[in-house]
Design a protein around this ligand. Sequence first.
Ligand SMILES: Cc1cc2nc3c(=O)[nH]c(=O)nc-3n(C[C@H](O)[C@H](O)[C@H](O)COP(=O)(O)O)c2cc1C
Length: 199
Amino acid sequence: MNKLAETHYPIHDLLAWRWSPRAFADRAVEPATLGALFEAARWAASAFNEQPWRFIVARREEGACYRQLLECLVEFNQGWARHAPVLILGLAKRTYTQTGEINRHGWHDLGLATAQLVVQATALGLYAHAMAGILPDRAREQYAIPDDFDVVTGLALGYLGDAATLPDDLREREGAPRQRRPLTELVFSGGWNAPADLG
Ligand SMILES: Cc1cc2nc3c(=O)[nH]c(=O)nc-3n(C[C@H](O)[C@H](O)[C@H](O)COP(=O)(O)O)c2cc1C
């Protein structure tokens, strides 16, 4: 399936080829490969180098541990994500460790670390699918997550599977072209909604 981004300016292949599938192959991800993904996340930039991100990971081979994480997803996401060999929860610390002040950029920095994880995954032939549809309260209870951490996102990860294995509605979405707003709606200069001249 070709889901290559249609770009007006050339971008790196790793960014153009990344997309979020819902069909995953029945193939495990090696622990060392998983290690490389979290290493990539670890080296992300962060405000005051707080590194506010935390991850909870479960591999399908782990059985009960995997089910525990799967049950922290909303039902719709459980439906397809239960075929992914790896599930991850992304968390962000609410305060700076040094000062105790609110870190307004914790979610930003978790996103940045996750983006690095996903780019590394793409480089290793893996695919990831982020999920807002999670059950943060359930996760908090299951993993005894301290109050100072927000449970922000889920991530399903694995090798690309066959879209034919998906139910009809999801198969249709899997094959649909990827769409984005034009740069003129996203990048301004001089005033709000004034498109930047990018040449
Ligand atoms: C923070 C975040 C939350 C998302 N939540 C869900 C979700 O709960 N369920 C789902 O099926 N897809 C989810 N997605 C996937 C997006 O719908 C997808 O990234 C978007 O349509 C763009 O498609 P692409 O990633 O293939 O380019 C989420 C993506 C992100 C980044």
